[in-house]
Design a protein around this ligand. Structure first.
Ligand code: MN
Length: 241
């Protein structure tokens, strides 16, 4: 049976078409899958499990329906929704998994990651990542009132857009050495990640052995999915109807 991988849906009330497409995906082809992996940035923002936003609630209900149908769904934190927590998992029936994580897919040792970890050329971003992934920092943030956290999230998104505008594109892509180190350390043949929104398949060699990096695209204008079954993997765009 097929394993499905998606990432970078960036679901948000300002663009409900992406949410509609994801819900149709859950009710459609994802139903027949053996497992669904969401490799980060399912949501454009997540300010805590007490988030009462209507669009995010709608997505959580669809995920709960999906997992109630018996298909496991694994969710990894992205740089937008790193505050997804235990309550979210309980409400949706999803399982939160660490970033990165090694798994076996059809006998292939594979590293799953959101992808920002590999963008080591963007030093400013990595400094920020270290701060926001710190559990103590997250606890202090979560202790603030919901309205305050929403304001902070808006500001953080504006700051992130400004940084993206100022930074040259190559710096925001993955660093080849970082990938190589991860491949060697984790002894994997395949890496699957998102974050850069540069959907593609990259073949390369590490220590004389050929490896593959599969990059999922974002769901801004269309969907992006990897399906992997006994006949191999396919990376597909999902046109929006
Ligand atoms: Mn990301």
């Amino acid at each position: 049976m097929t394993r499905l991988f998606v990432s970078d849906l960036h679901l948000d009330g300002s663009a409900p078409e992406a949410g509609d497409q994801f819900i149709a995906f859950l009710r459609g082809e994802a139903r027949a899958a053996r497992v669904l992996y969401i490799l980060g940035d399912l949501f454009e923002s997540w300010v805590g499990d007490d988030d009462d936003d209507a669009e995010r609630r709608r997505i959580c209900v669809a995920l709960a329906d999906y997992t109630a149908g018996g298909t496991p769904c694994f969710v990894m934190h992205g740089n937008r929704d790193f505050l997804l927590g235990r309550e979210f998992a309980a409400r949706t029936g999803c399982h939160l998994i660490p970033d990165p994580v090694v798994t076996d897919i059809e006998g292939v040792r594979t590293l799953l990651a959101h992808g920002d970890l590999f963008c080591t050329d963007d030093v400013k971003y990595q400094e920020l990542r270290t701060i926001v992934r710190d559990p103590a920092w997250q606890q202090r943030l979560l202790a603030l009132p919901l309205a305050t956290r929403k304001l902070l999230a808006d500001e953080a998104r504006a700051g992130s857009r400004a940084h993206t505008r100022r930074t040259i594109p190559e710096i925001m892509d993955v660093n080849p050495q970082a990938i190589e180190v991860a491949v060697r350390t984790c002894a994997v043949d395949v890496v699957i990640h998102g974050h850069t929104h540069r959907q593609g398949v990259h073949e390369f060699a590490v220590d004389g052995r050929s490896r593959t990096r599969l990059v999922l695209g974002a769901w801004y204008d269309q969907g992006s999915v990897i399906e992997w079954d006994e006949s191999g993997y396919r990376l597909r765009a999902l046109p929006r109807g």
